[in-house]
Write a protein that binds this ligand. Structure first.
Ligand code: PEP
Ligand code: MN
Length: 355
């Protein structure tokens, strides 16, 4: 297979990164790499060499010895990526010609670690992927991007791997797509990859989450794969074989962010204009509503009446719930909407009370 170069793959869409959660043995790395290369769908081989584990005593990665296996896997033509969490690990990875480095979720959450790695990256030309922090705080993610950018790194990519939350849930790490969307809005020039494996933590919903990310306009996917997923030494429940990966990728409907077809473009533009008008109207209506809220606030102030009138708030919600389903609006959305409106109304009346 022809060896890919970073420049070949950097602007490729979709960019596909796959490989085991952890490098376990040389055979496992080479066989997985070969099978992935044979699919012709994968650009970059990923494998963890140092594994951040929640509890001690679990498999913590092979360490530097596995870097030689990754280097040997380059003969498949794939580019090679691994995670580093310390400057020592970065130096080791660079000795073995690793093509791409990624910062894991636990590293992004720690500005000291990110800054140390950024300092060590000064003057080095290597692409860096930055996973979101484990906690749902995009400022930390933005901060990590800024630190790596200031170190002079030109090729920076983002990886959305979901956010950790407490309790038994559908996802191992909740996707919280709104945060990913906001991150994309703020960094529209950066490559944005989705990692459905760490979002799902299981195989049965991988396809669905991968498709959702592509629907949203992500530039590619990082999906963990293993020649024998059930026997994997880490993240066994979420890994799939290279064959399953190929089937999954074949079944994805790939979408284009740009609308090339002129007729389609104008049809959508017309509808977007309608939406703009409606949004303007909604804001004007909300503004009128707030003026009435303020007038009521004045009466409440003059007559020493509390802002919160629980029965009135219940009445508003009940009226809304009765109507919303007929209008095709979910109860969940209407609750969020009225919560926001109510909080804003309280804020306006409180300002009046206090002046
Ligand atoms: C990984 O990619 O194997 C990994 C440890 O991911 P994260 O940093 O997203 O937990
Ligand atoms: Mn993993």
């Amino acid at each position: 297979m022809l060896k890919k170069s970073i420049d070949d793959v950097w602007n490729k869409k979709p960019l596909i990164i796959s490989g085991p959660c952890s490098a376990e043995t040389e055979e496992q790395v080479l066989q997985t790499a070969q099978q992935l290369a044979n699919t012709n769908c994968v650009d970059i081989l990923r494998a963890g060499v140092w594994k951040p584990r929640t509890r001690p005593g679990q498999f913590e990665g092979i360490g530097s010895e596995a870097l030689q296996w990754l280097k040997n896997a380059k003969k498949t033509g794939l580019l090679i990526a691994t995670e580093v969490a310390t400057t020592k690990q970065l130096e080791e990875a660079l000795k073995f010609d690793i093509d791409i480095i990624w910062l894991g979720a636990r590293t992004t959450a720690n500005p000291f670690s990110v800054q140390e790695i950024a300092n060590a990256l000064q003057g080095i030309d290597i692409p860096i992927f930055i996973k979101n922090p484990i906690n749902p705080d995009i400022e930390l993610w933005v901060g990590a991007v800024e630190r790596i950018h200031k170190a002079g790194i030109k090729k920076i990519g983002l990886i959305h791997r979901g956010f950790s939350s407490y309790g038994n849930m559908e996802f191992r790490n909740a996707p919280m797509w709104h945060l990913a969307i906001e991150m994309k809005r703020r960094n529209s020039s950066l490559m944005f990859i989705c990692d459905p494996s760490h979002i799902c933590g299981r195989r049965d919903i991988l396809q669905h989450v991968a498709q959702t990310s592509i629907n949203l306009g992500f530039d590619g996917l990082m999906i963990e794969s293993h020649i024998s997923p059930d026997t994997a030494w880490s993240d066994a429940n979420q890994q799939i074989t290279p064959n399953t990966l190929q089937t999954m990728l074949n079944n994805i409907v790939w979408r284009n962010e740009n609308i090339d077809n002129t007729d389609l473009y104008y049809t959508i533009e017309k509808m977007r204009l309608q939406i703009n008008h409606l949004d303007d109207e909604l804001m004007e209506i909300l503004s009128t509503r707030m003026k009435i809220v303020e007038e009521i606030g004045n009466y409440k102030k003059q007559n020493d009446i509390t802002i919160l009138q629980t029965h009135r708030w219940n009445e508003i919600l009940e009226r809304a719930f009765e109507k919303c389903e007929k209008l095709g609006l979910s109860k969940e959305f209407i609750t969020k909407y009225f919560d926001a409106v109510h909080m804003e109304s309280i804020y306006h009346q409180n300002k009046i009370m206090n002046t």
